[in-house]
Design a protein around this ligand. Structure first.
Ligand SMILES: [Zn+2]
Length: 295
């Protein structure tokens, strides 16, 4: 995304998952601490087991969790079961791509104004070449751990909270495109913001790349990281499922911790995810989602 008047630095243009054009984070407005009074905190012990479960699913199914495979179906089943036990209303939304059935998983939390939806998502599929743990078991696990933590905390949102795990992102954002295409104009209007998380546990992370679009969410992420002394870079919309929403005029934000040496490779295993980075990312998802949904 072109942002005239700023210094641009190309961080990475590789594949579908990340085509980031990064610009230095704008002068941080007020690095005000987010509202943390009631926000729960997730620990590594609440996040990493989801990644280990997804790794085991890949190991049992030929080493990947790609669109149309048993590895993907079992990943869906795993995430859905966790959400069902936590009290979410879940549904599988089928779509067909390349003659193969794919699915999105949608989970709604009770309450909140249905005319104002905060939608939080991550793609659940991997490439065929590997198990997809940083890309994107990490984002899927961060969103899942956040949803479970909100349930345990008994969150009472003002805006309706919906969570999504997309299929066939690696084939070209297919699942999220299908979801957006199925929404009526009125339903699109109700989504105040879509937050996307694709690769959130990168080793040796240098900064959190914040998708700079919907102002309140963008500011909330920047403030969240600034309050913890963690550097951010602003990036435009690009590279993952938030593109499907942005293209439909739905405001977006989110973040990524960027590429790693095992990107789209067989070595993108659970030991390719840094537990500290992943836990920090999960808490950022949780903190900002909580703030946007309850504030
Ligand atoms: Zn990805």
């Amino acid at each position: 995304m072109e942002i005239p008047g700023r210094i641009r630095r190309t961080v990475a243009v590789v594949g579908l998952c990340v085509a980031l054009v990064a610009v230095p984070a704008a002068a941080q407005a007020e690095p005000a601490a987010p509202r943390t009074a009631q926000v729960p905190v997730v620990t590594a012990e609440q996040v990493m087991p989801h990644l280990r479960a997804l790794q085991e699913i890949a190991d049992r199914n030929g080493g990947n969790r790609a669109h149309g495979t048993q590895g993907f179906r079992q990943s869906l089943t795993y995430v859905k079961r966790v959400l069902d036990r936590a009290g979410f209303r879940t549904s599988l939304r089928p779509f067909t791509y390349n003659g193969v059935l794919g699915y999105n998983l949608i989970a709604d939390w009770r309450g909140g104004d249905p005319e104002h939806v905060v939608l939080v998502g991550a793609h659940l599929d991997s490439v065929a070449a590997g198990p997809g743990m940083n890309d994107n078991g990490s984002g899927a696990a961060a969103v899942l751990a956040s949803a479970v933590a909100m349930s345990r905390a008994g969150v009472v949102p003002k805006r309706h909270m919906r969570f999504a795990w997309w299929g066939a992102e690696e084939q070209g954002l297919i699942g999220s495109k299908d979801y957006v295409a199925e929404l009526s104009a009125a339903e699109r209007e109700k989504i105040d913001v879509y937050l996307n998380f694709d690769m959130t546990g990168t080793k040796d992370v240098r900064q959190w790349f914040v998708v700079h679009d919907e102002p309140r969410a963008t500011d909330a992420f920047e403030a969240y990281f600034a309050a913890r002394g963690l550097p951010t870079f602003d990036i435009g919309i690009g590279g993952s499922d938030h593109v499907s929403f942005g293209a439909a005029g739905i405001p977006v934000s989110g973040f990524t911790t960027g590429l790693d040496d095992c990107y789209h490779d067989a070595c993108d295993r659970v030991d390719n995810v840094d537990p500290g980075t992943e836990t920090t990312s999960a808490n950022a998802v949780l903190g900002v989602t909580w703030q946007l949904a309850t504030g």
